[in-house]
Write a new protein. Structure first.
Length: 179
């Protein structure tokens, strides 16, 4: 079975559908910030955001994924922010509203998070290790590079950091949690 992937039209349709549903739960005049529209974001760690003007920002990393439930929960979560007001952050008032708006992340399959991580997150951390066993995180990257995977220091040819000889480079998978 081929599962259809999310496109931006779908994101906009979901926004409208959910907004319509939530208006019946809490009439718009009672909302702290009136929903204005939906925008794309390229934020590096967030699925979505809500701003003072009433815009809901959805990460474009959702596009081409099958993270449908995660998208829906994110939109509901952002609507809850608009409804109670941004000053509440993620406090108890917000949480009660998010619950009422059914912004449930808990039961969502891990692969839905993984697909977004793959699109926006860094996949690997690159570490340099030294003779004394010390390790240093150099950077977070999207893909492995031959320069590091094929690094073979000799007595005369090697790389250093702060004068210390690097004996090996290691890539580690990054597991990031984003709510
Ligand atoms: Zn939030």
């Amino acid at each position: 079975m081929i599962e259809k992937v999310i496109d931006w039209t779908w994101v906009e349709q979901e926004y409208q559908r959910i907004k319509f549903e939530l208006e019946t739960i809490e009439p718009l005049y009672k909302w702290s910030i009136s929903p204005k529209g939906i925008l794309k974001t390229t934020h590096k760690t967030k699925y979505g955001m809500a701003d003072r003007q009433g815009n809901v920002h959805i990460n474009q990393a959702f596009i081409n994924t099958t993270s449908y439930e995660l998208l829906e929960a994110t939109i509901r979560h952002e609507f809850a922010h608009l409804c109670v007001g941004l000053q509440h952050g993620h406090d108890a008032v917000f949480k009660a509203k998010a619950q009422q708006f059914e912004a449930h992340f808990r039961s969502i399959n891990k692969s839905q998070h993984q697909q977004i991580s793959n699109n926006i997150g860094h996949k690997y951390e690159l570490y340099a290790s030294f003779k004394d066993g010390e390790e240093l995180l150099l950077k977070k990257v999207q893909r492995k590079h031959k320069k590091y995977t094929q690094y073979k220091p000799t007595v005369f040819h090697y790389l250093t950091i702060n004068g210390k000889k690097i004996v090996a480079f290691n890539y580690r998978d990054v597991v990031e949690k984003k709510f």
